[in-house]
Design a protein around this ligand. Structure first.
Ligand code: ZN
Length: 596
């Protein structure tokens, strides 16, 4: 058998300066083109916004053999090297790394983290070749974690990827971190946790995550006992004082969570914060199938240097958001009442989004690059979240299918088979279109349901949640919304900052009174406000009042008339209907949905 040739594209990543947050990268390109272009991606797959990673790159120099080359910068993120002969082109540069999110790179005296899309210049025309990543010496006591394959040459801290896309799809964590293992579906899984407090209960996190992963592997592969599409999996969890987020990769995920939300030793039960963390773990893991392998046709070979538009994020993010919480119920981590509490939160969040009547989830998907990821005070009035409304759409689809004796589970497995993602490692495998979804749905639930789905996806009408839940022995009751919501306001409140309006919801009482984002609320009926809810608790829900406020230094008075009948004034709470005795069919349907 022929020995594999060494990789010709080689990165050496060194810690340059912990305190000024700089990595140093040296990239060696054997047999460069006469006019060799290199560039850094402008976005990272899974987070649909142009982030201009090149802005953190500095001090780029190039040489070929002993000859220094003058690089020509072509645009904001690309450089041209004019090479001659076969000697390797060697580029050297620094990257500023002080982004604590999961999307870029971070380095300080406590830890390091990076995605290849922030550190590794792409050698244009050579993306399909093997790429080698070598980490330099690490500070004493630091460890390294990545799901990238170790280099076949066995060198320490050396890794190899089959191509550039794979290289940038394996984040790397460095530092003194906690790590633990479990197995699910015959596949080794590892959790790496940076920044946890000493009382953190790692064993609990491992046990609960194991149940989620086993449940999901069974979901996708239980029917035919096929293996999961990865042979190892790694969770990179960064605990911080605040923060929340995750980014999916082919054999790993990078997560950020609030430190206080991690499970604690000697604590019983699941805090709301820990349930949020488990939902995040469940969400990113579900993406291993739904978006990392089965994916929109437009994202099969995405361009690194510009936006890549798709109208299907409602499917990939919305359906994933529906299953992230449902999988906690199926894994037995939460009971049905707790699940319904989470569902009610989603229901209320969408009901309090006036933009749901302006934008469809298909358009929200397409516009993610400039709207969802670039939210401002008007976002809630002009757009709808394809995560939240997408999750409700998935709920409606699941309940409609269950009324017909099928389920969304079956539709997802049909989509998986149709996409071919499980059968092939070919790059183009896994692509699906809206037409594919409608075709499979027609086959499973009939053409009427497929037509209904089209109106949910492309329309701005209300989803039939309220009509479907009673058929599953789940009742909704209306409660008073918190005062700010009831008036159509989003606020930032603090003892030092005071009460500030961040958003005025279209159609609410505050909008009718003329309030604006940026207003600072001082007093109600001439009494000083510390927290709006505390101040208004003394008034009847329909009683008009006078607000004293400051706008751009000017003190003003506005009269506000609450609208107790506005949809914003109430919020839904969901309950299992057990007394009086539910209709047996509805009860059976609920068992199939929530107790399976
Ligand atoms: Zn997601």
């Amino acid at each position: 058998m022929a020995q594999a040739q060494p990789a010709l594209i080689r990165y050496q990543v060194e810690i340059d300066d912990l305190h000024s947050h700089h990595f140093r990268v040296s990239l060696s390109v054997a047999r460069p083109a006469a006019e060799q272009v290199v560039s850094l991606p402008v976005w990272i797959n899974g987070s649909y916004m142009v982030r201009e990673f090149g802005r953190h790159l500095s001090g780029l120099s190039a040489r070929q053999g002993r000859r220094g080359l003058v690089l020509q910068q072509l645009d904001k993120t690309s450089w041209l090297a004019r090479c001659s002969g076969d000697a390797a082109l060697v580029l050297s540069y620094r990257v500023y790394a002080f982004d604590a999110s999961v999307r870029a790179a971070f380095l300080d005296a406590g830890r390091g983290f990076f995605n290849g899309s922030s550190l590794c210049l792409r050698v244009q025309g050579r993306e399909a070749e093997r790429h080698r990543l070598q980490l330099g010496a690490l500070p004493r006591g630091w460890q390294l974690a990545t799901a990238m394959s170790a280099s076949p040459d066995g060198a320490p801290r050396a890794f190899e990827a089959a191509n550039y896309d794979e290289l940038v799809d394996h984040p790397v964590t460095l530092g003194r971190f906690w790590r633990g293992n479990f197995e699910a579906g015959g596949v080794p899984h590892e959790i790496v946790v940076s920044g946890a407090l000493p009382g953190f209960d790692g064993e609990r996190l491992l046990a609960d995550s194991q149940r989620i992963c086993a449940q999901q592997i069974d979901f996708w592969h239980g029917d035919d006992a096929s293996p999961p599409p990865f042979d190892r999996y790694q969770f990179h969890l960064q605990a911080a004082e605040d923060g929340f987020g995750g980014l999916e990769h082919r054999a790993s995920t990078a997560l950020t969570a609030a430190r206080r939300d991690l499970p604690r030793q000697h604590a019983d039960g699941l805090s709301d914060g820990y349930v949020t963390l488990l939902s995040l773990i469940s969400h990113e893991y579900f993406h291993s199938w739904n978006v990392k392998r089965m994916k929109p046709a437009e994202l099969v070979a995405p361009a690194h240097d510009r936006e890549n538009y798709t109208r299907l994020l409602w499917f990939f993010e919305g359906i994933t958001s529906y299953y992230d919480e449902l999988m906690l119920r199926r894994a037995g981590l939460i009971d049905a009442p707790r699940y319904l509490k989470l569902l009610a939160k989603t229901l209320n969040a969408v009901a309090q989004t006036p933009g749901r009547q302006v934008q469809s989830v298909a358009d929200a998907s397409f516009d993610a690059w400039v709207k969802y990821y670039r939210g401002d005070e008007n976002t809630v009035n002009a757009t709808v979240s394809y995560y939240l409304k997408g999750a409700l759409l998935a709920l409606c689809l699941d309940l409609r299918l269950r009324q017909l004796g099928a389920s969304l589970d079956e539709l997802m497995r049909r989509m998986w088979r149709r996409s071919g993602a499980g059968r092939s490692t070919q790059a183009e495998a896994g692509a699906i279109s809206e037409g594919d979804i409608l075709a499979e749905l027609s086959a499973l639930g009939g053409r009427t349901l497929a037509a209904e789905l089209r109106t949910w996806v492309h329309g701005t009408g209300e989803l039939p949640v309220a009509e479907l839940l009673p058929a599953f022995a789940v009742l909704a009751s209306a409660e008073h919304a918190p005062w700010a919501t009831a008036l159509g306001l989003k606020l930032s409140e603090g003892p030092l900052t005071g009460v500030r309006v961040t958003t005025v919801l279209a159609g609410g009482a505050a909008a009718a009174a003329g309030l604006s984002a940026g207003d600072e609320l001082l007093a109600i009926n001439d009494w000083r406000i510390r927290r709006l809810d505390d101040a208004l608790a003394w008034l009847a829900r329909e009683q008009p009042f006078e607000l004293l406020l400051v706008r751009d230094q000017r003190v003003m008075r506005l009269k506000l008339t609450p609208q107790p009948l506005s949809p914003l004034a109430s919020q839904w709470s969901l309950h299992c209907q057990d007394t009086p005795k539910p209709k047996p069919a509805a009860h059976r349907r609920r068992l199939g949905w929530l107790d399976a």
